[in-house]
Design a protein around this ligand. Structure first.
Ligand code: ES4
Ligand code: ZN
Length: 322
């Protein structure tokens, strides 16, 4: 087995790293009844028709995350795995509204994750950032309240905001105000767009939200002018191949548009999205692409280098990895 290339992971939902074994252990620790008796029962449920069918299970399983320690354990397990997959820097999404909506404080979530992230460099050799994601199927008002409640962590634990969850019917335009406020607060901006949604949502994310990266963006290829814009402005696209196949955005890995995106001169990166649910962490995505699409060493090196270029590391930190 070859050594994984050093890379940054830029599209990773921490709640999507909840492995079945940890979910069962946390359920037992917190006295929560899950309708699954074993890790294999849980894994058997990981078969998805589309984004929504995945999100239903993803939100349901979060019920096991209750205490600061639960969030620390979750992040610590991810970091240990990520390092074995070559990750040196991770910009990690979390979904605060999925927790506050069920009575878990923002403080519990952020400080729990923060405890693992604060020691990540020392323990695992991984630098980290935290990206607060708004759930786009909730209201703009809910997003605004979430932003305000997170202000104490701006610039320290939280350095960016993102936009995720059910895309179709929830265009970026709905969140123009909250993204403007986040920008004024000095946060970096990203958004999921063009996963299941149309290229118009990618235009909106760029023009109305003024995001610096597009998460997924695979449907951008349907719009030549958009591809030209993304190429010219070197807007990074955080692509998640195994996710796209599991959620049936792409039929088979052999049909994945990533090679075409590279060919078009786009700043593409490879990421794992929700690795516990989609069959692999970031190096597993690199390996699956190599097997299915004959990705060569030069392409793999380009993708790994792109991940550092696309990161929010400052130039000096970035230079240390390139
Ligand atoms: C997600 Cl794959 C995906 N797409 C949109 N929102 C998400 N939240 C967690 N995983
Ligand atoms: Zn995602």
């Amino acid at each position: 087995m070859t050594t994984p290339l050093p890379k940054a992971e830029l599209h990773l939902h921490i709640e999507g790293t909840l492995e079945p074994e940890l979910a069962l252990a946390l359920a037992a620790r917190n006295g929560i009844d899950l309708p699954y008796g074993s890790a294999d029962d849980l894994r058997a449920a990981y078969s998805f028709r589309d984004l929504q069918s995945f999100l239903d299970l993803y939100y349901a399983l979060m019920a096991v995350l209750r205490t600061e320690q639960d969030f620390t354990d979750l992040a610590e397990a991810y970091l240990a795995r990520a390092r074995r997959q070559g990750v040196r820097h991770a910009e990690i999404f979390f979904d605060p509204q999925a927790h506050t909506a069920r009575g878990v404080d923002l403080r519990t979530v952020v400080e729990g994750l923060g405890r693992a992230l604060d020691s990540a460099e020392q323990r695992h050799g991984i630098t980290t950032r935290l990206i607060l994601c708004f759930l786009r199927d909730l209201s703009a008002e809910d997003a605004l309240e979430t932003l305000e409640s997170a202000r104490p962590y701006f610039g320290t634990l939280i350095t960016a905001v993102g936009l995720d969850s059910a895309e179709v019917g929830n265009p970026p335009s709905k969140f123009q105000e909250v993204f403007a406020l986040a920008r004024e607060a000095g946060l970096h901006l990203v958004a999921h767009a063009g996963e299941e949604g149309p290229p118009e949502y990618v235009w909106e994310a760029l023009d109305l939200l003024r995001v610096e990266r597009i998460d997924h963006g695979i449907r951008s290829l349907e719009d030549e002018r958009l591809v030209e814009r993304l190429r010219r402005e070197r807007v990074p696209l955080t692509v998640c191949p195994l996710s796209n196949v599991r959620l049936r955005c792409v039929d088979r890995l052999e049909d994945h548009p990533l090679p075409r995106m590279l060919e078009a001169g786009l700043l593409v990166t490879v990421n794992s999205d929700d690795p516990s649910y989609f069959g692999g962490y970031v190096e597993d995505n690199f390996r699956a692409l190599t097997a299915a699409l004959g990705l060569d060493e030069e392409q793999r090196r380009t993708l790994a280098a792109n991940s550092f270029h696309a990161s929010f590391l400052d130039d000096k930190q970035r230079a240390a990895y390139l």
